[in-house]
Design a protein around this ligand. Structure first.
Ligand SMILES: C[S@@+](CC[C@H](N)C(=O)[O-])C[C@H]1O[C@@H](n2cnc3c(N)ncnc32)[C@H](O)[C@@H]1O
Length: 281
């Protein structure tokens, strides 16, 4: 006969109390649901891992359409702003069938959001920091590449300290037609940021430094800030990642970009496990 031991109510309540005291993942009024069947939740909240990851994959088109409407409503983008869903779908198919990348944390909602934002901003100079095998850069670069390109960008820079990853990114972009303006650089983003000439219009931060981790974002942003065009968009990926949130990794970064001294507006797109902060200079 198979036996199962399960910790009793005393242990469960003690664990729940400890979870609450750890801070920002469990609400102070959270209760343990003794009636829920094994493994099945009776109550789901927004920051539930399964809930958010499903939401971001099954409803990405509607979510991104809603973001576009919100940006229009706040007059942050022109009323006729749009992105080509056909061109986006073609890029999705290309990256799925022909690109190689070992893994990605970009969800369906995130890649569509980047594609939409780049289509609307039509940035002349794009910079991606920590692009790994280039998958994340594809969505910022996409609207200025290929047969279906929406506009001409002057330069798209993709930077990563990992030489092997940049080699992979080069192979990937070689398959994307009309991407000659995409320059892939295997170097420490800080050095590239120091010598880059502006004006940078679209900056995507995703670098995870060896010792400082995602705190690298603020370092890179401070170097690049004087080179950002007025009205430039800075996009910081991962700001709602539960692990990073628990450690307060982005507290200083978010205080900086939400300070009206540096940015006129900053918006959190809380659409998946990772989240994205868009800050407008
Ligand atoms: C977590 S990965 C980003 C992956 C991305 N979110 C995706 O889904 O593909 C972070 C990247 O930052 C790069 N990185 C770390 N330190 C860096 C630095 N100083 N300059 C540029 N890139 C750096 C790493 O090599 C790594 O590829």
């Amino acid at each position: 006969m198979a036996l199962v031991f399960r910790p009793d109510k005393k242990s469960i309540e003690k664990t729940l109390a400890a979870l609450k005291s750890y801070g920002n993942l469990v609400a102070p009024d959270a209760r343990f649901n003794y009636d829920a069947k094994d493994g099945l939740r009776k109550e789901v909240c927004f920051r539930d891992e399964d809930f958010l990851s499903l939401l971001s994959s099954i409803d990405d088109e509607y979510v991104v359409d809603s973001i576009l409407e919100m940006l229009k409503g706040k007059a942050l983008v022109p009323p006729d702003a749009f992105y080509s869903k056909d061109a986006f779908d073609k890029l999705v198919a290309l990256t799925k069938e022909k690109w190689y990348y070992p893994w990605t944390s970009f969800t369906k909602a995130m890649r569509r959001l980047f594609y939409m934002l780049a289509s609307i901003k039509q940035p002349r100079i794009v910079v991606g920091m920590g692009i790994f095998y280039g998958y994340t850069l594809a969505w910022s670069a996409g609207p200025s590449c290929g047969k279906d390109k929406l506009y001409n960008a002057e330069r798209v820079y993709g930077v990563d300290i990992n030489t092997e990853a940049i080699e992979g990114a080069r192979k990937n972009f070689a398959i994307l037609e009309g991407s000659d303006h995409v320059e892939l650089i295997a170097e420490d983003g800080r050095l590239v940021a120091q010598r880059l000439e502006g004006p940078v219009v679209f900056l995507h931060l995703d670098a995870d430094g060896e010792k400082i981790g995602k705190k690298l974002y603020l370092e890179l942003l401070k170097i690049l800030y004087p080179k950002l065009a007025k009205g430039a968009w800075v996009l910081a990926h991962d700001v709602t990642d539960p692990g990073f949130q628990k450690q307060g990794v982005f507290t200083e970064y978010l205080n900086y970009v939400r300070d009206p001294k540096y940015f006129s507006e900053s918006i959190l797109f809380d659409i998946d496990q990772c989240g994205l902060e868009l800050s407008i200079k």
